[in-house]
Each structure stands twice: as C-alpha cells, then as structure tokens.
Design a protein around this ligand. Structure first.
Ligand SMILES: *Cc1c(COP(=O)(O)O)cnc(C)c1O
Length: 402
C-alpha cells in the first residue's frame, strides 16, 4: 500500500455515509458549546437557537423547492420514512388500509410497512424488472378505492437505479392518493424538486450529504395531515416532539446549501467521469463480472458489480487490506448470509448475487482513488479464484462457500 500518511484510505462507500464537510462542522460547533439555548425558550439564548433552526429549514426548503413550513426535522432518514408511512397510515386509516410500495425499498420503508401489516393494513409490493425499475403501469393497476399511500424511492441505495418518479407522481395525483418518495440517495446529488417529482412527502438524511449522523427531514406538503410518531412537547408544529437537535439541524442546513452549490458547479458530471473510468478499468480486467442495476438510469456515483461464484465479504476484506472502503450493497445487510432483497427482486441468480461489491463515489474522490481500485481489485479476484480452484482439487466437493 502506497497511500500517503494521514489519508490512508480510498473511501468509496458514500451511499453508506459520508465524512462531515469541515465547513459543516464549523457551522455546528457554536451550537455544541456557547449557543446551548433551548429553541423553545423566550430569552435571547433560546431565540438564537430558534433562529438557527429556522435558517436551516429555509436552506432545506429552497433546495427542494417547498415552503419552510413544509419541512419537518427528524432524528434520521429512517425516522422520516417511518413518519411518512406510519404517520399517513394512522391519519388516513378511516379512509382505507391499503398501501402500495416497491419490493426494493430501504428497510426503513419495508419494515414500517411490515409493522403496519401486523396491525391490519394491506400492502402491495410492486415488482421490478431486471434493472430494478418499477413499471409505471403496475402502479396504476395496483391502485384501489382504499389505497391511502404510495411509497416508491427515488434512487435505490444498493444498485443506484432511478425510478420514473415524475410518472408515478402523476398517476398518484390523478387518483388523489398521497405519494411518498425516499430521496435520501438522490438529495444533493441530482435535482429533487418536490413539484417536479409530484410527491406529497419526501424523506431526506443529513449524513449522506456530508452532514452529521442522526438528523433527517420529511417534506410534508401543505394540507397533508399525518399522525405524529412521538407525543410530547409539540415541537415541529406537533409533527415531531422532542427538543430539536440544534447543532445537527444547523449542520444539515449547511450541508444542503453546499450540496446545491456543488450541483450548480456540475459535480455530478465530474463524478460520472470518474465512475466511467472505474467501470472501464474493472470491466477490462475482471472476467465474469456483471453490472447490477440500470446501465444508464442510475445514480451518477454508483457502481454495483457481481463477480460470479465469489463471496462479497472476501472481496471486501481484500479491498480493506489495501485501504479501500467499499460495501456489499446495503450496510444493513452486510454480515447476513442471505442475498439482498434488492438483488433477489431483480432475479439475479445466487451464483452471482453472493459476490456483490458496491462502489459509491463522493466529492473528495480523485483519479488516484480510481487508479488504486483498478490496480488492486483484479488481482484480489484472481487470488480468490485460485484459492477456490486449489480447494476444489484437494476436495472434490463444491467448496464455494455457500
Ligand atoms: C441511508 C438511507 C436511509 C436511512 O437514513 P438514516 O439517516 O441512516 O436513518 C433511508 N433510505 C435510504 C435510501 C438510504 O440510503
């Protein structure tokens, strides 16, 4: 390994989390020290904290094109998803108990739906094609009289596939059904204007855009009523009780503003060029490699590959030894022996699905990071394959580890 000291790693796992931007940290620091007021207090110290929260709310609102009053701060992207799904389900259960979602959602959405299912709701899981794309006609066909919510993510966190959100939003509006989208992976990377997307609810998370962990937001369109998950002091206009995470919210607002500046400076194009180099380098040097997800309609920073007959974990450990952070797809499922629900839904066969590696690029990645992956990954794979072949000679049984 020839990485320079103090920067020993090539970090290519931005879909799992991102490093805090130094400017974000600077903006947060006063609210972790001298500006400790409770934003609900009426004296100056409290009012300063309130003002900081409202400034952040405006930054988030302007980056998604909504009114500040339509932004509810939460404790995570997961909480935003839960508030959207359960909050709408409980508020609308008199009208109906049917929810439509896709089979490749983040677990925050899928498990919230499962929990509602145990409480008498019905859930339709839309299938996806081989690229992980929802068929718009299937949304139309799934809508019933008692459908109270449609939830389809903007981009998938594992395979990066972008959904036809505008079209789904139009169908939802036509049938007067509220539409939620989990935009945690796209926010700050590609445009996510709520009116273009036609959604009534949208989930965001700070730590995927160089903000702090433990803060998220839910956009709730004016007039859209939901039941709170938490009861208490009535903060966030009764939609999310609990003293606000002032420093976290300030960090989130700053991170959103910086992300918009990067978008305007065409950062996505720079990332796309790096990704193309990485893809070309790997595809030219690794046999039995396949790209998961859609070849074009995908997040600009995402590459998800399967290597046939190999184990994702073994490849990731090999990369880690050489200072490269990547992931097997979802941070939440790594360590589990089941192939991811996303790859299963795209009907990738087991011989491919187990050997999955996701590279997700970010703002600090350079040509050097890409060169380093292209240099070290192909030999890791050859080494694993030769171990496998030797194992087979020694022992005639199939030794592929599953
Ligand atoms: C990371 C992620 C979440 C969860 O956000 P947290 O803030 O980590 O709880 C939800 N949905 C998607 C698509 C994500 O990538």
């Amino acid at each position: 390994m020839t990485s320079p000291p103090n920067h020993p790693i090539s970090y290519l796992d931005h879909a799992a989390t991102t490093p805090i931007d130094p400017a974000v940290l600077q903006a947060m620091l006063p609210y972790l020290s001298k500006q400790y007021g409770n934003p609900s207090s009426i004296y100056q110290l409290g009012r300063a904290a309130r003002q900081a929260i409202e400034d952040s709310r405006e930054s988030i609102a302007s980056s998604i094109g909504c009114r500040p009053t339509e932004v509810v701060f939460t404790g995570s992207g997961t909480e935003a998803d839960n508030l959207a799904i359960k909050g709408m389900a409980w508020a609308r259960s008199e009208r109906g108990k049917h929810i439509i979602t896709s089979s490749i959602e983040h677990h925050a959405v899928l498990h919230a739906c499962q929990s509602l299912k145990k409480r008498g709701f019905e859930v339709t899981y839309l299938p996806v094609d081989q690229y992980g794309m929802v068929d718009v006609a299937s949304v139309h066909a799934a809508i019933r009289r008692d459908t109270i919510l449609i939830s389809v993510m903007h981009a998938n966190n594992e395979i990066g596939t972008l959904q036809p959100i505008e079209e789904i939003g139009a169908i939802a509006r036509e049938h007067d059904v509220p539409f939620h989208t989990d935009a945690v992976q796209t926010f700050g990377q590609i445009p996510t204007k709520v009116n273009d997307m036609g959604c009534s609810l949208m989930s965001l998370s700070a730590h995927k855009i160089y903000g702090p962990k433990g803060v998220g937001a839910l956009y709730v369109r004016r007039g859209c009523r939901l039941s709170p998950l938490l009861d208490g002091g009535g903060q966030e206009k009764n939609r999310r009780s609990g003293t606000e995470n002032v420093a976290g919210i300030v960090g989130f607002g700053t991170a959103a503003t910086l992300a918009c500046e990067r978008m305007n400076a065409n950062e996505a194009q720079r990332i796309l060029l790096l990704r193309t180099k990485l893809a070309q380098g790997l595809e030219a040097n690794i046999p039995d490699l396949r790209l998961n997800g859609h070849p074009e309609k995908r997040l600009p920073n995402n590459l998800n590959y399967s290597v046939r007959f190999l184990e994702g974990e073994a490849m990731l450990l090999g990369l880690d030894l050489r200072g490269i952070c990547a992931s097997s797809g979802s941070a939440c499922t790594s360590g589990s022996l089941e192939p991811s629900h996303v790859l299963a839904a795209t009907r990738v066969s087991r011989e491919w699905a187990r050997g999955t590696v996701r590279f997700s690029l970010g703002k600090d990645n350079t040509e050097a990071d890409i060169a380093s992956v292209v240099e070290v990954f192909p030999p890791i794979i050859s080494e694993l394959r030769s171990l496998q072949t030797r194992g087979r000679k020694r022992d005639d049984r199939e030794i592929v580890a599953w």
